[in-house]
Every structure is written in structure tokens, then in C-alpha cells.
Design a protein around this ligand. Structure first.
Ligand SMILES: NC(=O)c1ccc[n+]([C@@H]2O[C@H](COP(=O)([O-])OP(=O)(O)OC[C@H]3O[C@@H](n4cnc5c(N)ncnc54)[C@H](O)[C@@H]3O)[C@@H](O)[C@H]2O)c1
Ligand SMILES: O=P(O)(O)OC[C@H](O)CO
Length: 320
């Protein structure tokens, strides 16, 4: 099956590199023609500067070049997935559309897999998520991800097509659980970064990760996820990675917030919009998600670190 990638950022490129080195011819679409020309001629992507782009990868800024692919890996940022798909919806019938972004769409309060199902109901929607840094995947380091597809037979086809020796895909039919794990861990990574940036210590970070996990589980359960999914790679696995590694942009954004320092607004920090979406969902569903709420307030500068800490520490004592 022919594989295409939509999105010329770090993650789409890394997936393309891994699959091209595994023998697949990869077409990668990026919206910026200059970026495409650079990749085609230099065989480098500045977002992954140390990684040569394999000969089996081709680059295009013409969206029509993707339409001959059977499997499309959608690696545009989460808030841009719907605007990307909407004009293409009638031209993607029957394809495998695999969301590779992590977040909750602020306009519709849906995760990326759900957005695909809504916008292109004739496609097979799937979500690829889990603990993975683009640079690790592109360098061929061992990585395990979750491939979620409601139809398990189609999920198995995707699992085989997208796995390589180093990139191991584990399968689930729980799209809601997988996409929520990937979205929510970014909010917790911001919180963890804030704790470290503000000098609150490693113990505070461990407390945030541990108390953050049941928040993830509560929202996932309320939105119909299967109970065990959040305990897997897409939830717990990615929570651990992202809350503990300075490679994570969400974590680094949190560190900057904790230090009251600036952070490059052009950096992709999916947890910022997702925190706001989660705060709204929590209100609508009447669920208590205190860590998510303070992250959203910090992002919007409705609170500062001292007040956020006080809000968390002054909550009533309770059973674990
Ligand atoms: N980088 C990682 O390690 C990693 C790992 C796993 C998942 N992801 C997920 O992959 C998604 C993309 O992240 P990334 O790391 O590739 O980001 P990135 O910042 O490296 O690249 C984002 C790319 O999206 C493009 N883009 C922005 N708006 C667009 C639009 N409207 N239409 C088309 N393209 C647009 C930008 O030009 C850029 O090339 C995110 O949801 C992220 O959570 C990233
Ligand atoms: O750099 P981040 O914070 O977007 O994290 C990248 C991946 O999602 C980690 O699994």
C-alpha cells in the first residue's frame, strides 16, 4: 500500500524517514513550497537537522500528489486537522486516514480520530499515538506506539503496514481512549514543567504525574473510553515520557511558565489549547480536573504559579 504523509514538521518527517528506510516509497506533503524545495534539494529538514532524508522520500506542496496514496498519516498540528480535512473531505473516500497529532479541537471538543470520522465517514479512521520523540523515531531508536482503529481487521492491516523493526505498533480498537491519552498527557507535561521551573522539586512533579493520571482517566471514562486504555502506551506511557523529558516542548513550555520566562510562540505546544478544551469539557460534564484547570488558567494568565500552587495545596484532604 502506498503511504503519504501530510505535514512537514518534525513528526511527519520522522515517520516518513522510518517508513522509507523500511522500504516504502513515501510522499510527504507540506504546505510551504519553500520548505518543500529545501527538503527536496538539501535532503534535510531543519526541524530534524541531523537526519538525512532517504532517497525513497519525495516532497510536494501539491495536495493532489497525496490523493494516490492508500494510507495518509495526518501529522499537522491538532488545531489545524479539521481545517486541513474540510476542503478535502469528498476526495478522501475509502482511504486509511491515520491521525498522528495529539490534542482536542477547541472548536468542536473532539479528538483527531473523532474529527476524521465526522468529516470523512467513508474513510477508515485511525490514531497513531504513544511515547515517542520525532528525533528518536527518525534515528531508528526503538519506539512503541499505539495504533487505534475501531475496526480491528483494518487496524491489523495498518499495524503491519506502519511497523518497522524499531517502530513497534500495538493495536487497540479504542480510538477515544488512545486520542485522549495523547492529548491529556501534554497538559500534565506543562504542569510538570511548571513544577520544575518554579523550583518545587522532583517530589512535587511525581505528585503531579500521579494525581494527574486519575484526572486523565476520569475524563476519558466520561467520554466513553475503555477503562484500560489509559494505562497503556498512549496514556501512562506518554505521560511518563513527556512529563520527565526536556526534549518535550510541552514540558519546556511549562518550565518557562514556572520561571516566568518567555517561550517561543511559534513552537508547537499542543497542551496549551488542549488545557482550555479540557477545562470547558470538565465544566460541561461536571468533572473535577483541578490540575488541568490550573494549567489552562496559567496559559491564559488568569493565575500565576503561586496562586495555582495555593489552589492545589488548599484542596480538602481526602482518600487516595
Ligand atoms: N515532534 C514530536 O516528537 C512528536 C511526537 C509525537 C507526536 N507529535 C505530534 O505531531 C503533531 C505535529 O507536531 P510536530 O512535532 O510535527 O510539529 P512541528 O512544529 O515540527 O511541525 C508542525 C508542522 O505543521 C505545519 N502546519 C502548521 N499549520 C498547518 C496547517 N494549517 N496546515 C498544514 N500544515 C500546517 C507547519 O508548517 C509545520 O511544518 C503534533 O500534534 C504533535 O503532538 C509530535
Ligand atoms: O514535544 P512534545 O511535548 O509535543 O511531545 C512529543 C511527543 O508527543 C512525546 O510522545
Amino acid at each position: 500500500m502506498k503511504i503519504g504523509v501530510a505535514g512537514g514538521g518534525a513528526f511527519g518527517t520522522a515517520l516518513g524517514v522510518a517508513l522509507a528506510l523500511d522500504g516504502n516509497a513515501i510522499t510527504l506533503w507540506a504546505r510551504n513550497p519553500d520548505a518543500v524545495a529545501t527538503m527536496q534539494t538539501t535532503r534535510l529538514n531543519p526541524k530534524l537537522p541531523d537526519v538525512p532524508l532517504p532517497p525513497k522520500m519525495d516532497f510536494t506542496a501539491a495536495i493532489d500528489d497525496l490523493l494516490g496514496c492508500d494510507i495518509l498519516l495526518l501529522a499537522v498540528p491538532a488545531q489545524t486537522l479539521r481545517p486541513f480535512l474540510e476542503p478535502l473531505a469528498g476526495r478522501l473516500d475509502g482511504k486509511y486516514l491515520v491521525a498522528c497529532c495529539k490534542g482536542i479541537d477547541l472548536t468542536r471538543m473532539t479528538g483527531p480520530g473523532t474529527s476524521i470520522t465526522e468529516l470523512v465517514p467513508t474513510a477508515t479512521a485511525a490514531v497513531l499515538t504513544g511515547p515517542s520523540f520525532a528525533a528518536d523515531i527518525a534515528c531508528g531508536l526503538p519506539t512503541a506506539l499505539t495504533l487505534a482503529c475501531a475496526d480491528d481487521a483494518h487496524g491489523a492491516i495498518l499495524q503491519t503496514a506502519l511497523s518497522t523493526t524499531a517502530l513497534r505498533l500495538y493495536r487497540t480498537t479504542d480510538i477515544i481512549g488512545a486520542e485522549l491519552g495523547g492529548a491529556l498527557k501534554n497538559v500534565m507535561a506543562i504542569a510538570s514543567g511548571v513544577a520544575i521551573g518554579a523550583g518545587l522539586g522532583e517530589s512535587a512533579r511525581a505528585a503531579l504525574i500521579t494525581r494527574g493520571f486519575p484526572e486523565m482517566q476520569r475524563l476519558a471514562a466520561a467520554l466513553g473510553a475503555m477503562p484500560d486504555t489509559l494505562g497503556g502506551l498512549s496514556g501512562f506511557g506518554d505521560l511518563v515520557l513527556t512529563c520527565t523529558s526536556p526534549q518535550s516542548r510541552n514540558y519546556r513550555c511549562g518550565v518557562a511558565l514556572g520561571q516566568a520566562a518567555g517561550f517561543d510562540q511559534a513552537t508547537t505546544v499542543e497542551g496549551a489549547a488542549t488545557a482550555r478544551a479540557v477545562r470547558q469539557l470538565a465544566q460541561e460534564l461536571d468533572i473535577d480536573l483541578p490540575i488541568c484547570a490550573v494549567v489552562a488558567d496559567l496559559i491564559e494568565e488568569k493565575t500565576d504559579v503561586a496562586a495555582a500552587l495555593n489552589a492545589l495545596l488548599s484542596r480538602p484532604l481526602r482518600e487516595e
